[in-house]
Design a protein around this ligand. Structure first.
Ligand code: F6R
Length: 256
């Protein structure tokens, strides 16, 4: 496996959600005013649900956390229920009782929306924790390949692969452009959890874990002591095909 990456292997999506929620809760306990960058997509939803359960049960308080949206389709009305922000409201901000947040503004000028977004993150002192999903083409947010480490917050044209995977939510009428936190914002996060689940991610996960860092697989540019990849068995593949570190990391129940 690539040096500088920590891989935590878990048996299934539920175990992934529990481990991710444990790691997020520990970070919030250490710094209650955490600034947290959050992906939408299907992979982190069980994690957000688990965090919501803990908030509901009174065992976790996220009320001082600031949530930052990771990306947004371009050209939607601010209250479009199909927007990624609306998804963030439903899955994160509401259930986790978050009071402070940063989103891409709906100004007609995308360049200005990106500059304001970056300025708000800078004013918060940067991102403490990024919760990320892995695109089928290796994208992070909508940093589509190729995206280098210095790719800024910007308007991105979605690749055919992203358009196809977004059809699950949009039907044929998929937006073709989006605003995304730059690789600069994501890679500067003090901690990052890349959540990966399902057999359909196996090939691209292998390139993240084993391949050389390359703009052709933006997620392969993640690395360093604060970065953990949390992946389930379906994504990692058969045990004998997994990187040695994943096998060593696994506890008796498969969780690290
Ligand atoms: C969404 C986002 C995307 C997703 C990625 C994986 O805000 O940033 O990069 O994280 O496309 O999506 P799922 O989890 O649906 O496979």
């Amino acid at each position: 496996m690539r040096p500088g990456l920590t891989l935590r292997a878990v048996p299934d999506p539920q175990a992934l959600a529990m481990l991710a929620a444990d790691l997020i809760a520990a970070q919030v306990r250490a710094k209650p005013e955490l600034t947290m960058l959050v992906a939408t997509g299907s992979t982190p939803m069980p994690t957000y649900a688990e965090l919501g359960n803990r908030v509901q049960a009174g065992t976790l308080d996220l009320s001082r956390v600031t949530v930052v949206g990771l990306d947004e389709y371009l050209g939607l009305e601010p209250d479009d229920p199909r927007s990624l922000w609306d998804w963030t409201l439903r899955s994160v901000i509401g259930p986790l009782r978050i009071r402070r947040s940063v989103r891409f503004g709906a100004s007609g000028d995308p360049g200005r929306a990106c500059a304001e977004y970056d300025a708000q993150i800078a004013a918060l002192g940067g991102i403490d924790l990024a919760i990320l999903g892995l695109g089928p083409n290796g994208h992070l947010g909508f940093n589509e390949p190729p995206s280098a480490a210095d790719a800024p917050t910007r308007v991105a044209d979605l690749t055919p692969e992203s358009l196809v995977s977004n059809r699950a939510y949009w039907g044929q009428d998929v937006p073709r452009r989006a605003l995304t936190a730059g690789m600069t914002v994501i890679l500067a996060a003090r901690c990052a959890l890349l959540l990966v689940s399902g057999e359909h991610k196996r090939g691209i996960l292998h390139r993240v874990l084993e391949g050389p860092p390359t703009p052709e697989v933006p997620a392969s540019l993640l690395g360093g002591p604060g970065v953990s990849v949390l992946a389930d068995r379906a994504a990692l593949g058969p045990e004998d095909a997994q990187p040695v570190s994943a096998r060593l990391d696994s506890g008796p129940d498969g969780a690290s």
